[in-house]
Design a protein around this ligand. Structure first.
Ligand SMILES: Nc1ncnc2c1ncn2[C@@H]1O[C@H](COP(=O)(O)OP(=O)(O)OP(=O)(O)O)[C@@H](O)[C@H]1O
Length: 231
């Protein structure tokens, strides 16, 4: 389970007269539910919160742990357990084609090269992306890239998937497909979203406002509180 204890993230002042800036303040959470959505206005601290969960960002104070492992001291073990999908897929797609990127993900688990290529193609086929296997990443649409990035992260079968606004670039059909993928995942999934329908798919919804968790509960309740915070 992922746990946060008294976590704050503060960016130190850049120059004279500037003040330190708190991006998250005193967040304590245990996150055992299967599907957890994080919602909140632009700049409220959602990405900062998600990045803490696999050690992409370290807390300024407090601790974050995954199954008892510290995201700071045991970062590489944590990263193996917690896969992260960025909002911008180009931030994480390292290779020039989808198949190469997924083969790269599989390198640690599938030794044989031909088998790796076969598995990578099968994973793309499963997501309806097989026809794009050898296309340049730069020639894919934003939504196609986002789905390839998700496939690549899931290829290593992380225990937890953290996804930062995973439906932003997706059209209606792909959004529906992604919601189905999420619904069928055995892994725990923690995601941020501005889409309240996608948030409502979760078992639990956290509302972030000015770096604090201001609501936390069942989707209906938490979304209603979010709407009143925004009003
Ligand atoms: N390294 C940093 N230095 C200074 N400010 C930062 C840094 N990282 C994030 N911020 C600021 O912290 C605030 C929260 O950012 P964050 O990306 O967590 O918001 P968010 O809720 O994910 O927003 P959005 O919905 O727009 O993606 C923003 O105002 C952002 O500009």
């Amino acid at each position: 389970m992922i746990s946060l204890r008294a976590v704050s993230v503060v960016v130190p002042a850049g120059g004279r007269g500037e003040r330190d800036r708190a991006l998250l303040t005193d967040v304590t959470l245990d996150l055992p539910e299967h599907r957890i959505a994080v919602i909140g206005a632009n700049g409220s601290g959602k990405s900062t919160l998600l990045r803490l969960l696999n050690g992409l960002r370290a807390p300024t104070s407090g601790t974050v742990s995954v199954d008892g492992l510290s995201t700071v001291e045991q970062a590489s073990l944590v990263r193996r357990r917690v896969g992260f999908v960025f909002t911008d897929p180009l931030a994480q797609l390292l290779m020039s084609t989808p198949i190469e990127d997924i083969e790269l993900s599989l390198r640690g688990t599938v030794r044989n090269r031909a088998e790796r290529a076969r598995r990578a193609q099968a994973l793309l086929d499963e997501r309806g992306l097989g026809h794009l296997a050898h296309q340049s990443i730069y020639d894919l649409s934003g939504g196609e890239r986002q789905l390839v990035a998700l496939t690549s992260v899931l290829a290593v079968d992380p225990a937890v998937l953290v996804a930062d606004e995973p439906t932003t670039l997706l059209d209606l059909r792909n959004k529906r497909a992604l919601r189905q993928v999420f619904a069928g995942l055995a892994q725990q999934i923690i995601y941020s979203t501005h889409d309240l329908d996608v948030a409502a798919d979760a078992d639990r919804v956290l509302v972030v406002h000015d770096g604090r968790i201001v609501a936390d509960g069942a989707p209906d309740e938490a979304i209603a509180q979010y709407e009143s915070v925004l009003a």
